[in-house]
Design a protein. Structure first.
Length: 184
């Protein structure tokens, strides 16, 4: 069921000219780590000015919005949550237009699913996202991803984590370095 939804997301966003990448648990699965996930997280390379296009995709796909006032909710959270009623799988569309997100989307890895190319976050960008999120399961995902993929470009990861740390004043780099130390 996830593959069908991912294909639908990719086709719909491509048709509307909206750049994107799949992040979260679905991207972790792509990099070969079995993980329980019940949703699809999609980072969009557009801001809320394209909300009507995303709402059109949701409507034509038969998905149900999970908020009563999408405009207000997206303005406040930058997320449009919906669900596929047939499967119960949640889809979160995250609006973003930061230079980092646009760059990450440009680096996305295209994966063939059926007749569709689906854009997934690169390994490095997935690690960066999970470091910033910082929840326990995100940190465990990072540890497992790094064990499974020692070829990850750690200099690239550190560079962007430092940028986020400087911008947000959070100790992201020490969080990341602690995970690396635990792997030794």
């Amino acid at each position: 069921m996830f593959q069908s939804l991912l294909e639908n997301v990719a086709r719909g966003l491509d048709q509307r000219g909206i750049p994107y990448m799949i992040i979260g648990g679905q991207a972790v699965l792509l990099y070969g780590e079995p993980r329980q996930t019940k949703d699809i997280d999609v980072t969009l390379g557009v801001g809320p000015e394209r909300l009507s296009d995303v709402q059109d995709l949701v409507a034509t796909s038969g998905w149900k919005l999970l908020v009563e006032s999408p405009e207000e909710f997206v303005a406040e959270t930058m997320v449009l949550p919906c669900v596929d009623p047939a499967s119960g799988i949640r889809l979160d569309f995250v609006f973003s237009f930061s230079p980092y997100e646009r760059r990450a989307i440009a680096r996305a890895r295209l994966v063939s699913m059926g007749n569709t190319q689906v854009a997934f976050a690169s390994l490095e960008d997935l690690i960066i996202h999970k470091t910033i999120a910082g929840r326990a399961h995100d940190l465990e995902d990072i540890r497992v991803l790094l064990l499974k993929h020692p070829e990850a470009d750690l200099a690239e990861v550190r560079h962007w984590i430092e940028q986020f740390e400087d911008a947000l004043g959070e100790p992201f780099l020490s969080r990341f370095e602690t995970i690396l130390e635990s792997l030794k």
